[in-house]
Design a protein around this ligand. Structure first.
Ligand code: SAH
Length: 210
């Protein structure tokens, strides 16, 4: 199930779909996605598909994780990255191996707790997690040169834009029934937005869940 061949097949699929950042592909090749899933789901870990993680949430599809990470990194190395929606912690783990520091916020307490444990087991020490509503960002740790949201708001929360550093990059799905992945870059004049592609994410919800 976790054989090298299965993982290589996934990487080839990502390449076929246009993922071209070798550092991103390498990190996905070596990050044990099965450890971010319950045992009953672990055998599907290297399929290119989103998988349930409980609480009506999903671990994002590897292609989407790769695509969002690649977009975030496209202008060069990043120091501080904020992630909204820790979920299983898989995207967090991928990011942590490619940037200096990751700050990740999750609104559902049991998910945040489990992810924190997993990330510590994997000895990824450049990650800080917090149980909070990510709509407010994480102001104390910002500004960020990258922000990634793995849940979709109807429109981009003001706070996330405010916490972007100059030249900072925000990668975020936006919309309701139909969603678009957007890349927003903070420029000296304001914000530049690029629509990347159609996507399907769980909604960004306000408030926290114990
Ligand atoms: N990156 C995750 C994907 C999880 S799905 C992974 O790789 O597993 C999106 C996550 O966003 C869910 O866990 C959901 O609870 C969380 N979420 C939704 N709205 C949020 C908010 N306002 N603040 C923080 N997390 C939120």
């Amino acid at each position: 199930m976790t054989s090298q061949r299965t993982r290589e097949r996934l990487i080839q699929r990502l390449v076929d779909q246009g993922i071209s950042n070798d550092a991103v592909l390498d990190v996905i090749r070596t990050t044990p996605r099965h450890l971010f899933l319950d045992e009953a789901m672990a055998h599907r870990a290297y399929e290119d598909t989103a998988l349930p993680i409980g609480h009506q949430q999903t671990l994002s599809q590897p292609y989407i994780v790769a695509r969002m990470t690649e977009l975030l990194l496209a202008a060069g190395p990043l120091k501080n990255v904020l992630e909204i929606g820790t979920g299983s912690g898989y995207q967090t783990a991928v990011l942590a191996q490619l940037v200096e520091n990751v700050f990740s916020v999750e609104r559902i307490r049991p998910l945040q707790f489990k992810a924190k444990q997993r990330l510590r087991q994997l000895k990824l020490y450049n990650i800080q997690t917090k149980h909070a509503d990510g709509i407010m960002g994480w102001e104390d740790k910002g500004p960020y040169d990258g922000i990634i949201s793995t849940a979709a708001p109807e429109s981009i929360p003001e706070e996330l834009l405010r916490q972007l550093a100059p030249d900072g990059r925000l990668v975020i799905p936006v919309g309701g029934d139909t969603q678009q992945l957007q890349l927003v870059i903070r420029t000296s004049e304001g914000f530049e937005t690029e629509i990347v592609e159609a996507v399907r994410f769980v909604p960004l919800c306000s408030g926290t869940v114990k």
